[in-house]
Design a protein around this ligand. Structure first.
Ligand code: SF4
Ligand code: SF4
Length: 225
């Protein structure tokens, strides 16, 4: 697993979890180990920004970058790659995240990761034929999180404990002058998680994702992120 982690890191990616799938997990046939990959932040953003996909002006540059980089890893490791953008039917990345034992339901209803916090994202997965040894899973972080700052930070209450994500309220804020902090630096509630701060996410990366979120929703009152 160390060699794979190093090969991923060289491509701006980090291993965010792995498990041995069973028949009900929706993994490709004959997968021995399914490995989830996310951006290796903050190193990832300058690598992506210098890529051909970021410069060519075509649609979906980050999805295309992910397919090239993770596709190359899959070839080198004699496996196959799956991506969140493959579908329909969409691969069950949220199920895989929880099966990895490293992502857990948070009070907001979003998944929280043991090292990437609420900023966890998955760029793709590697399905390898061999059954690799896996480390012991970590403890879920939220039960021991004293003040649970993720639940009280959103300035418009769009993300709070025990309530569904109010996407419309979030988007109204993002379209207002007051929403500049979220637009330019990323979701305040997700950033408030102490684990999210491990990533040191670059503002340019946060703004890229927020711009896509705002653009995809424009005109869709009540739409889903
Ligand atoms: S982006 Fe801002 S307004 Fe939207 S949920 Fe996050 S903190 Fe709230
Ligand atoms: S702030 Fe605390 S409660 Fe909220 S997701 Fe992070 S660890 Fe869990």
């Amino acid at each position: 697993m160390e060699a794979l982690a190093a090969a991923a890191r060289a491509r701006g990616l980090a291993l965010r979890g792995a498990f041995h799938p069973g028949p009900a997990d929706g993994a490709p046939p004959d997968t021995g180990t399914l490995i989830l990959l996310g951006p290796d932040e903050p190193r990832f953003w300058p690598l992506f920004a210098a890529s051909p996909e970021a410069a060519d002006g075509a649609a979906h540059p980050l999805d295309r970058w992910s397919k090239r980089e993770i596709g190359a890893l899959a070839v080198a490791w004699r496996g196959t790659a799956r991506f969140p953008s493959d579908g329909p039917p969409w691969p069950p990345f949220l199920h895989w995240a929880q099966r990895s034992g490293r992502a857990f339901p948070s009070p907001l209803g979003l998944l929280v990761h043991d090292t990437a916090g609420l900023l966890i994202s998955y760029r793709g997965a590697l399905a390898l034929p061999q059954r690799l040894p896996l480390p012991e899973p970590p403890e879920a972080p939220c039960p021991s999180c004293e003040h649970q700052p993720c639940t009280t930070t959103c300035p418009v209450g769009a993300l709070r404990a025990g309530a569904p994500y109010d996407v419309a309220a979030c988007q109204r804020h993002l379209h207002s002058d007051a929403g500049a902090e979220c637009r330019d630096r990323g979701c305040l509630a997700r950033r408030a998680c102490p684990l999210s701060q491990n990533l040191h996410r670059q503002d340019a990366q946060a703004a890229f994702h927020m711009a896509a979120f705002v653009k995809n929703w424009s005109g869709k009152e009540g739409g889903q992120a």
